[in-house]
Design a protein around this ligand. Structure first.
Ligand code: CP3
Length: 348
C-alpha cells in the first residue's frame, strides 16, 4: 500500500494531501471535447472502452492527478437494468419515469452483468495504463471505480431525470414505502454486482455518489442513505476487504457523523457547504475526509482560489485528507486554474 490515496484511505495523514477532482474528465478540457465529438452521444462514449479509457487518462496526464476516476456515469446502472436512457444535448439525462409496481418488476437485475461489459473493459484498459506508468517511474495513480448511491440513482429513475426538488421521489418514499423499498432493493443488488465487477476488473478504490442525500428528512436519510449504503459497504468489505470505499452524502450536513459510523466507509467526501473543521469534528479520526473546494472558486481562479484552497488545506492538516472539490468541476473552468491549484497543493 504505497499509493498516497490508498495510504490516506487507510487512515494515514499525508502531507501535502493527494488530490483529484470530481468530474475531472469532462467538457472543460479541449482534449475531452475532441474525443466527445467523434461519438454519437454521451452513452456512446461511455460504452467505447478505448475512448472512455482515453478520456479517463486525460486529466491524469495533463495535471498529474493522484487518482484516475473511471469515465462512466451513475445512470449506467438504470440503463443496465433495462430503463431507457438518453442524454439530450445540453439538457441532461431523460428516462421514462418509474412509478408503479409493474415498472419496478420490468427492471431486470440479471441483465446487469452483460450490459456493463464495456465499462469493465474500460477499467481494465485504464488499470493497465496506470500500472505501465508506475512501472516506468512516471507516476503512481490510484484507479477509482464508482456507482451512484441507491437513493440518488432512485431519484433519477423515479423522477425521469434531474429535478430541483425530486417531489415524486419524496412523495413515494413517504407515502408508498413498500413500493419505494422494492425499487431500492433492486438497485442495491445491482450496485453490489456492478461494484464487485469493477474491483475484479482492476478498480483499487470505490466511490458512492449520493448527490441528493441532502433532500431527505433524518428518518429517511437513516434508512435510504445510511442503511442502503451500509448494505453495499458490508457486502463489498466481505468480498474485498482491502478495497476502500469513499461515500459522498452531498448536503448531508448534521447527519455526517452518523453517516460515517453507520455506513462503515473509509472516507467521507464533504460538499461545498460543509465547514471542514466542523465536518472533521463529526467524523471519527481514522475515517478520511475528501473535499471540498467550491467549483466556482476554481472558475474564478487567482487570489480567491488560492485563499479558499489554503483554508481547506489548513483546516484538515493532520487528518487523513484527499483534496477535491465540493461538487463536480464546471464546464467553463479554465484548465490553467486547475494547474495552478495542483501546483499550490504540491508545494504546500
Ligand atoms: O470525471 C469524472 O468524474 C468521471 C465521470 C463521471 C461523470 N458523471 C461523467 C459525466 C462521474 C463520476 C459522474 C457522476 C454523476 N453523474 C453524478 C454524481 C456526481 C454529481 O455531479 O452530483 C450525477 C448526479 C450524474 C448524472 C448526470 N450525468 C447528469 C445530471 C448529467 C448532465 C449534466 C451535465 O453535467 O452534463 C450527466 C452527464 C455527464 N456525466 C457528463 C459527464 C462528463 C457530461 C456529458 C457530456 O460530455 O456530454
Amino acid at each position: 500500500m504505497t499509493k498516497t490515496i490508498l495510504r490516506v484511505l487507510n487512515g494515514e495523514a499525508v502531507w501535502p494531501p493527494p488530490v483529484w477532482l470530481m468530474r475531472q474528465a469532462g467538457r472543460f478540457l479541449p482534449e475531452y471535447r475532441a474525443v466527445r465529438a467523434q461519438t454519437t452521444g454521451f452513452m456512446d462514449l461511455c460504452t467505447r472502452p478505448d475512448l472512455a479509457a482515453e478520456v479517463t487518462m486525460q486529466p491524469v496526464r495533463r495535471f498529474g492527478m493522484d487518482a484516475a476516476i473511471l469515465f462512466s456515469d451513475i445512470l449506467v446502472l438504470p440503463w443496465a437494468l433495462g430503463q431507457k436512457l438518453e442524454f439530450a444535448e445540453g439538457e441532461g439525462p431523460v428516462l421514462p419515469p418509474i412509478r408503479t409496481a409493474d415498472d419496478i418488476a420490468a427492471l431486470d437485475v440479471s441483465r446487469v452483468r452483460g450490459a456493463i461489459a464495456p465499462i469493465l473493459e474500460t477499467v481494465r484498459l485504464v488499470r493497465a495504463e496506470i500500472d505501465q506508468r508506475a512501472a516506468e517511474g512516471i507516476a503512481e495513480t490510484t484507479l477509482i471505480g464508482f456507482a451512484g448511491s441507491p437513493f440518488t440513482v432512485a431519484c433519477y429513475m423515479i423522477e425521469g431525470g434531474g429535478s430541483k426538488e425530486f417531489a415524486h421521489v419524496r412523495a413515494m418514499a413517504h407515502g408508498q414505502p413498500e413500493l419505494f423499498q422494492a425499487l431500492m432493493d433492486k438497485i442495491i443488488q445491482a450496485t453490489i454486482t456492478y461494484l464487485s465487477a469493477q474491483v475484479l476488473a482492476g478498480a483499487e478504490a470505490l466511490m458512492l455518489f449520493d448527490s441528493w442525500a441532502g433532500i431527505l428528512s433524518p428518518g429517511l436519510f437513516r434508512k435510504h442513505v445510511i442503511g442502503a449504503s451500509a448494505q453495499i459497504v458490508a457486502k463489498l468489505r466481505e468480498r474485498f476487504p482491502r478495497t476502500p470505499i469513499i461515500g459522498f452524502p452531498r448536503l448531508g450536513g448534521m447527519m455526517l457523523g452518523e453517516y460515517a459510523t453507520g455506513t462503515g466507509v473509509q472516507a467521507v467526501a464533504i460538499d461545498t457547504s460543509a465547514e471542514p473543521s466542523v465536518a472533521a469534528s463529526m467524523i471519527p479520526p481514522h475515517v478520511a475526509l475528501q473535499g471540498n473546494l467550491d467549483p466556482l472558486a476554481l472558475v474564478a481562479g487567482g487570489d480567491a482560489l488560492a485563499a479558499e484552497a489554503a483554508s481547506i488545506l489548513n483546516a484538515l492538516k493532520g487528518r487523513p485528507h484527499i483534496f477535491n472539490l465540493g461538487h463536480g468541476i464546471l464546464p467553463q473552468t479554465n484548465p490553467d486554474h486547475v494547474a495552478a491549484l495542483i501546483a499550490q497543493i504540491r508545494s504546500a
